[in-house]
Design a protein around this ligand. Structure first.
Ligand SMILES: [Zn+2]
Ligand SMILES: [Zn+2]
Length: 357
């Protein structure tokens, strides 16, 4: 079991937050409530998912500006609004897009990206729990009202917690649409990869979900991620499996979600000419990527980051996709350090905030 010691919980009445003061330096602090600006609401956090980004922020592998309250996969309840015109949100269960943009702040002169309807690429954005905006490993957080999405009653907190990663999974196929007849390989069947594979299956594609850990692959069974394949399966190579489905041509779409630079090399081995490689991990270019082959095969490389919350919530409400079965362990906020550590071992970890925490 874990060697992580629980953090000291300071006394006081102000809301508790987990604060990253530097790489590896996580503390629990009580922070005074800042008054809301007119475009903001205050959310009492309910449940937060732990993801690889949180672990990368904690280790310092993903650079950010400190101090930072991490946590960006959350569901909570609106308890205060900065503008009385947003009063309808009070008491609503919500998720919130984590990109805080010119549009979120109702700026009179939005940046060019926002004017081009690319708000996720806002030139003045901050990102909740990741970059310059306090996140959800806290009893309360502040978000722009324009970023809120009401969670339907039929979607539990545990399912709603998957809104952000599921939106990111849907985004993988935004510029590389897949459907029946397509062969899709998802490299890295982990927290995000499993959702990506499940989305491709629901679009009717023939999916190979590839992972390293048999334990993690077993977790994917509940979601119907297609054929689950161990990357180093000695019985039949990955390329042979793809060839068998494609008359040796290669996969139509390969999604790289391994978190390792080598994943791109494998993706190139598997994709067909004029096929698409979707890049979901920000880990740099591996040495050995064959640019000549990329040109000759006319391969499309697509970067993919955040997705549409509305689509994710709609899917969670309509489709019984059992995302909640991916959660293996849940910890209270005061055990957030343990939660972050355990997320390196098990599939999905949740942090429950609130009175019973
Ligand atoms: Zn995440
Ligand atoms: Zn902008």
């Amino acid at each position: 079991m874990s060697e992580v010691r629980d953090l000291q919980v300071p006394s006081g009445r102000e809301p508790l937050s987990a604060v990253l003061r530097g790489p590896g330096e996580l503390t629990l602090e009580r922070r005074p409530r800042a008054p809301l600006r007119p475009w903001e609401v205050r959310i009492r956090v309910g449940l937060v998912g732990v993801c690889g980004t949180d672990r990368a922020l904690l280790s310092g592998a993903l650079a950010t500006r400190y101090p930072l309250v991490p946590g960006h996969e959350f569901v909570g309840e609106v308890i205060e609004v900065g503008d009385p015109r947003d009063a309808a949100w009070l008491g609503r269960r919500v998720c919130a897009d984590i990109n805080n943009t010119c549009l979120s702040r109702r700026r009179a002169a939005p940046c060019r990206a926002c004017r081009l309807a690319l708000p996720h690429h806002c030139q003045r954005r901050d990102v909740t729990g990741i970059h310059e905006a306090a996140g959800a490993f806290a009893e309360e957080l502040v978000a722009p009202a324009a970023n809120l999405f009401a969670v339907p009653d039929s979607v539990s907190d545990l399912r709603a917690m998957f809104c952000e990663p599921l939106a990111a999974a849907l985004a993988a196929f935004e510029r590389a649409p897949v459907g029946p007849g397509d062969v899709v390989v998802v490299l890295g069947a982990g927290r995000l990869g499993a959702l990506i594979a499940a989305v491709a299956r629901r679009r009717g594609a023939d999916v190979l979900a590839v992972g390293r850990s048999p334990r993690k692959l077993a977790r994917c069974l509940a979601l119907d991620c297609g054929e689950l394949v161990r990357v180093d399966d000695p019985a039949l190579s990955l390329r042979a499996r793809v060839d068998a489905r494609t008359e040796g041509l290669g996969a139509d779409v390969v999604v790289e979600a391994t978190g390792a630079p080598e994943g791109l090399l494998r993706a190139q081995e598997l994709v067909r000419p004029r096929g698409t490689i979707v890049l979901k991990t920000t880990c740099g270019l591996p040495s050995g990527f064959d640019l000549t082959r990329a040109v000759v095969d006319e391969v499309t490389l697509v970067g993919s980051r955040c997705g549409a919350f509305a689509d994710a919530l709609e899917l969670l409400a309509r489709d019984p996709l059992p995302v909640e079965s991916l959660v293996e362990e849940t910890y209270p906020l005061r055990e957030v350090a343990r939660a972050l550590e355990r997320a390196g071992e098990v599939f999905k970890v949740a942090v429950r905030v609130g009175p019973d925490a």
